[in-house]
Design a protein around this ligand. Sequence first.
Ligand code: MSP
Length: 507
Amino acid sequence: MSKRFYLTTAIDYLSGEPHLGHAYEKIVADVIARARRSLGEEVFFLTGLDEHGQKVQQAALDNGKKPQAYCDELAATWRSFAKRLNLSNDDFVRTSEPRHKTVVQAILSKLHAAGHFYQAQYRGFYSPKEETFLTEKDRRQDGTFDPRYGEVVEILEDNYYFKLQAHQEWLIHHLEANPDFVQPPHRRNEVLGLLKNNLLEDLCTTRPMARLNWGIPLPFDERFVTYVWFDALVNYISIPAAHGDPVVLAGLKCELPSPNSPVELWPADLHVIGKDILKFHAVYWPIMLKTMGLPLPKQILAHGWWQKDGQKMSKTIGNVVDPIAIIDEWGVDAFRYYVIRELDIGSDGNWTDAGFRARYSAELANGLGNLVNRSLSMLKRYRAGVVPQRHDELAPEAEKVINATIAELRAHHLQAALQSIGSLVHRANQYVDQTAPFRLAKDPSKAVRLGPFIPATAEKIYAQLGLTESPNNLKTATWGGLRGDHDIGEPAALFPRKDQPGTVQPG
Ligand code: MSP
């Protein structure tokens, strides 16, 4: 058994509709997972759903359904969403599954026994709509709360709190000693600033069962369920435990059915998350793990948020970008390509339909698609589909790009990797323009390097090149990979040109 490269995404609230933001994060993680596999590593890629909470309980009630049955229906939509994005995830966690609950309860018992929780009375404001506590600080100048909180009620209730302050110095030290722990650097600085300038307030970890019963009951006090983060974050270790991970099982000392072929996963190599949940991942989660006696994840990569036409996406405005509609019209790889090429991980992005079409047309249809199609068509026409003697004019540039791309993939600089590959596509198209077509040298490495980003297209390019293997091994990304006399397959347009929305022209 050897440790796999283990990466995770945030688990989405199943009460929302899958949109561009969810899709983006999952594609970032998927590209990293595929890139690592192409580099010869064994990978375990986990994504899934965060199912408990008041919103779901209420929605189930409104629909006259039991929460579990209601979640089962919605989960099917999310699973098919993951399929439509062509995610290569190795498991899909749902927090309502028994395998997850068992681990959450084992952790709660262990931490309770070790004195990490205390009970205290909470008096304050609560927004049932946003499922969040509010303080005086959240009031606006006129004394009211932001309308997004809906009706705010005053409550008085007992809850269990998780002690955080004792670990604050330790965490600052960990962040300082491990500059890569939170990436990109401006997010790391944000966390350090927060820790250095504020005393951490203890984390409320429960809700009274009387108010919320769609959650995991505390094993030591059945009047409460554990709430959101103590439930959701634990998915990152409950699934390794379910797969027999020795580090998690030994750390938690919990009894679980042992799988036939256990895998070594923990500590995670990478948590891919959005900037809004950074505090939970970079502050609460490390402290939770420390108290459990488990090692910390190696890296947290926080991406930015997408807007549409310069505005926050919202149902009320009606500007939520639906990835499925885009995929239906343009194909999954066009969507995958655009989101990664457009946005540097960490920055915020802005989706415009015009921007999407411009990249589709310039970089996919006229760039990559044209290069592959014209090269193979000419080979068919002038050389009966047989690869001629190699010409090496582009070899030095190709080798440079290959090395740069591999380094960028390893560092999760996905946009830069696509820029590198794009520069070679551009150069190769220029080369075809400048030279007699029949002298063309064929380079299968482009398809291999594009494999993590646009896997379905890379497969098509391989098929058109007449290659039978899969484009999933970056070791084969070398110049001159096609030997002279190799027979190519049938060229066909990869990205049909669409001069007007809705009209497809032959490539
Ligand atoms: N359930 C919690 C996460 C628990 S992780 C242990 C949650 N769910 S969410 O559905 O609200 O968000 C899931 C992920 O989608 C988050 O990482 C969030 O940042 C991301 N995004 C939601 N909207 C987004 C955009 N508009 N743009 C980019 N990502 C966004 O938070």
